[in-house]
Design a protein around this ligand. Structure first.
Ligand SMILES: [Zn+2]
Length: 254
């Protein structure tokens, strides 16, 4: 088991010079198992911390949920306060979950089967997949996904960051879709998003809690602050269908 250290960001060059390595899964510096002298050198400067125990069993998880089509847009309604898992777990617990999901997948994207390519800025991350049912945003599954798949899943965000074309091409490629099929999916996803964004949503993270991990829920006031209502962001002079078309198809973002 490697020895992990909590090393301040400012000390990272010094730690590296002493032989410390960076564990991306858990975002901590460590001394490899086989190099006890590195652990000793690091321990003179920084405290060693408990090893991170990955979590990869989530009782009640639906492990094939959302497999058809393999890659789909999963736009989070603007009235959901929970847009990322990190915000409702402690940093340590988030690391355990992230590490577990990456290991469970064999460090492979579960959607496109791709691997990590840091040189191309393609990484693997944990993605929470939700079902929206009777006013509840239910966490059904945790999926290991690559950056390219994540851009398609979070298509709206990808557009804002200039990745629309890449996301669209990947959507086509992974699903074996024509451009028309992919476009029909994008339109349908935004339409569904608009409908869901008119409702208010509770959150069900019971598969996380069943794994023995504490969920940190915000107060109702904090939750409401996180909402972006569709009608608040829609320009006053634009009707809802034109607004949705803009979100899906703004050529400026392509
Ligand atoms: Zn992928």
């Amino acid at each position: 088991m490697p020895t992990y250290f909590r090393i301040p960001h400012a000390d990272r060059a010094q730690a590296k010079a002493l032989g410390a390595r960076w564990a991306k899964d858990v975002e901590l510096w460590f001394a490899p198992d086989a190099l006890p002298e590195v652990a000793q050198a690091l321990a003179k400067h920084w405290p060693a911390i408990e090893p991170i125990v990955p979590v990869y069993v989530f009782p009640g998880e639906h492990t094939t949920f959302g497999n058809d089509p393999p890659l789909a847009l999963e736009l989070i309604p603007s009235t959901c306060w929970l847009t990322n898992l990190r915000s409702c777990l402690s940093p340590e617990d988030f690391k355990r979950v992230r590490m577990g999901i990456r290991q469970r997948s064999g460090k492979t994207c579960e959607v496109c089967k791709g691997h990590e390519h840091p040189d191309d800025e393609i990484y693997l991350d944990v993605h929470p997949r939700f079902e929206y049912i009777e006013g509840v945003q239910v966490l059904r599954r945790l999926v290991c996904v690559c950056t390219r798949c994540l851009r398609a899943i979070e298509f709206g965000t990808a557009q804002l960051h200039g990745y629309r074309q890449d996301a669209f091409a990947h959507l086509q490629q992974v699903n074996g879709w024509s451009a028309e099929q992919a476009m029909a999916h994008v339109h349908a996803a935004f339409e569904q998003w608009a409908g869901r964004s008119r409702m208010e949503w509770d959150v069900d993270l019971s598969i996380i809690e069943a794994a023995g991990i504490q969920v940190l829920l915000p107060t109702p006031e904090q939750q409401k602050k996180a909402w972006i209502h569709l009608d608040d962001i829609r320009p006053a002079d634009m009707d809802i269908s034109a607004f949705m078309a803009t979100l899906a198809l703004n050529p400026r973002k392509a």
